[in-house]
Design a protein around this ligand. Sequence first.
Ligand code: GLN
Length: 491
Amino acid sequence: MTDLTSLTLAEARKGLADKTFTSLELTDAHLTAIEAARVLNAFVMETPDQARAMAREADSRIAKGDAGPLAGIPLGIKDLFATRGVRTTACSKILGNFVPTYESTVTSQLWRDGAVMLGKLNNDEFAMGSSNETSCFGPVGNPWRRDGSNTTLVPGGSSGGSASAVAALLCMGATATDTGGSIRQPAAFTATVGIKPTYGRCSRWGIVAFASSLDQAGPIARSVRDAAMLLRSMAGHDPKDTTSVDIPVPDYEAAIGKSVKGMKIGIPREYRLDGMPAEIEKLWQAGADWLKSAGAELVEVSLPHTKYALPAYYIVAPAEASSNLARYDGVRYGLREPAKNIIELYENTRAEGFGAEVKRRVMIGTYVLSAGYYDAYYLRAQKVRTLIKKDFEDCFAKGVDAILTPATPSAAFGIGEKGGADPVEMYLNDIFTVTVNMAGLPGIAVPAGKDAQGLPLGLQLIGRPFDEETLFSLGEVIEQAAGRFTPARWW
Ligand code: GLN
C-alpha cells in the first residue's frame, strides 16, 4: 500500500469508499507521522484517543453507507478554534489551560460531515504575526529548506502550524484563519493551497477574535480540489454570527475543471513593487501566461489606493484587537496572577499573559481609538478602507472576473531573521494580502513555482464577493500548469 499520508484528500475519500483502507488505518498513519515530526512543533496538542474514536465512528458510518462528505478524513485544527473538551489557547499564555465547553461552528460542521480531529495546531499568539514566532509554544518549522542548507525556516503565519502540518503530510487538511493574510501567506511559504473566503462566508462563532471585521476562517490543503472540499463543509450561514451571510453554499468541487475561457483577469499595476525580486515578477508573468493559454483574457487594472492598505490595516486591526482582548482580565479565562486588588489583578495578569507583539497591538489600538486621535487615525483608516473596497468594485464593474497577484513579496525566511529591530519589516509580508481583507473579498493562494534557493512561491487570485468558485476554477489551472511541490523529508 502506498503511504497513506501522501494521498490527497480526494484520493483518501476514494480509498475509504472503496474499502482499500479504513479511517482508523488512515488516522493511525497520520498519528505516527505527527509523532515523528515533533521537531516541527506544528501541533500544540495531539488528541490521538479522540482521533481514533472519531475514526472508528466514521468507519462504522461508511460501512452502513451513511458517510458524510468528509467521512474518516484526518484534519488538524488551528488552536484559535474552540474545541469542546479540548484545550484551546490561541497560543497565548493568557488563556492558560482554557478548555471550552462549546465547539466552534466551523469545526462542528467538519465533525458533522465525518472528519477526524488529530489535534490542535500552533499559530501566532492571537493570530498576530506572519511567521508563527509569536506563539507561546515557540516557533514552527517549515518542512521546506533552502537547497543545501540546514537553516530552519518559518512556515509563515499566523496559521504556521496549519501550513507546516499540511505540507509535512501530518494531516490531510487544516483549518486556518485570515485577518490580513494568515491563510494565504503561510500557504505560499509551504507550497500548500489556502483560501480566505468572502467575509461572512464562514461563521466566526467560537473562533478566538482578533479583528472581527476582518477575521475569516478557511482551509489550508494540499490541492485546490481538497481546499474546495473542505470549504464546502466549513462555510454556511450561522445565526450565532450576525455577520454570517445567509446564501446557499455551492458545491465548490464542481468548479474544478470548469473552463476559464473568456474570463477576464486583472493584473493590478500597483502590485509591481520597487525592489520586488525578479523571481516573483517572473512567476507572476508565468501565472498570467498559464491563464492565457487556458483561454482567459489578461487586462491591466489599477487599484490606486493599494499603497494605503497596509498602514490602514495596522490601525483598524489593532483597534479591534485592543477592544476584543479587553476580555482577558484574569477573572474569566485562563491565567490569573496574584494581586492585592482588582486593578492590580488586571495589570499583573495582562503583563504576564500577553506576549510582546500582542502588547504592541493593544497599545497601538488603544492609542488610535483614544479621544483626540480617533478622527485622525481610526476614522481616517476606515475611510481609506472604503476607498480600497471601491477600487476593487470599480475593477469588477469593468467586467474583470478575478485579479492575479503574487501571494507574498518573498519566499520563507529563517527563524529570527526578520522583524527583530523593526516590526514593520515583518508587517510588509502582508502587502499583497491585506487589501483583500480590507475589502472583504475572497482570495486563494496556489503554489506556482520555486525560487533560486529551491523554496516555494505562490500566486494569489482575488475574486468577486461570494465567487469562490471562479477562484477554484482558475486556481486549478495554475496548479495543473505548475505541478505539485513536496518538501524533501529531513525531520
Ligand atoms: N500578519 C498579519 C498580522 O500580523 C495578519 C495576521 C492574520 O491574518 N491573522 O496582523
